[in-house]
Design a protein around this ligand. Structure first.
Ligand SMILES: C[S@@+](CC[C@H](N)C(=O)[O-])C[C@H]1O[C@@H](n2cnc3c(N)ncnc32)[C@H](O)[C@@H]1O
Length: 179
């Protein structure tokens, strides 16, 4: 039977035009091997949402701590079952989502959570030239020194890619501890 006929079938997409480069100033990074048009889906990544205990007792003590994303989880109040609150959990992202580096002003990739299907979709925010690094925003509270800032790449005189903000993508990456 064709698995695509299942109601709960999720189509996974990964752009073939990406390469992983080691030993950049940011560690490994994802780069464009060819020109890529704006709004191209680069990767659809399944996520694993962690319990608060798993995060506190285990993940925080490992290098995986630097790879997890905030994940808003709707939780039903056990006293009043009509009340749903949002808890911020941490999630492990399977796929390239864990390997995009951060840029404060020149992010060219946006991402969007699918809370129901436990997925994140990454898309280009503009046309990308071959050889460009593909970067997301991790938000304002970084746990490392931003080499873009140190090198002047991210100063405000540079051409900002923020024009793509407001395109409906959740472009505010929140990698812990930026809760
Ligand atoms: C989610 S990982 C990204 C992949 C990582 N570069 C690797 O080699 O596995 C996040 C880590 O990448 C590095 N990183 C990402 N963006 C950076 C930046 N703008 N400046 C310096 N380091 C960065 C930091 O070490 C950060 O903790």
């Amino acid at each position: 039977m064709d698995p695509r006929l299942h109601d709960d079938c999720i189509t996974l997409i990964r752009s073939p035009d990406l390469v992983l480069i080691s030993n950049t100033p940011k560690g490994r990074g994802v780069f464009a091997a060819r020109d890529i048009p704006g709004s191209t889906v680069l990767d659809v990544c399944p996520v694993l949402v962690l319990s608060a205990e798993e995060n506190e007792d285990h993940i925080k003590k490992t290098s995986l701590y630097h790879y997890t994303y905030n994940w808003p989880l709707p939780v039903t109040d056990c006293n009043n079952r009509n009340t749903i609150t949002i808890e911020t959990r941490q999630a492990v992202i399977f796929g390239l989502g864990s390997l995009f580096n951060h840029s404060s002003r020149h992010q060219n990739v946006g991402w969007q959570r699918d809370l129901d299907q436990l997925l994140i979709t990454y898309r280009t925010l503009r046309d990308i030239k071959a050889g460009e690094e593909l970067c997301i925003s991790y938000g304002d509270r970084l746990t490392f020194d931003d080499v873009g800032t140190a090198s002047g790449d991210d100063d405000s005189s540079g051409a900002s890619d923020r024009s793509a903000d407001g395109n409906g993508l959740d472009n505010l990456a929140r990698i812990q501890p930026d809760l």
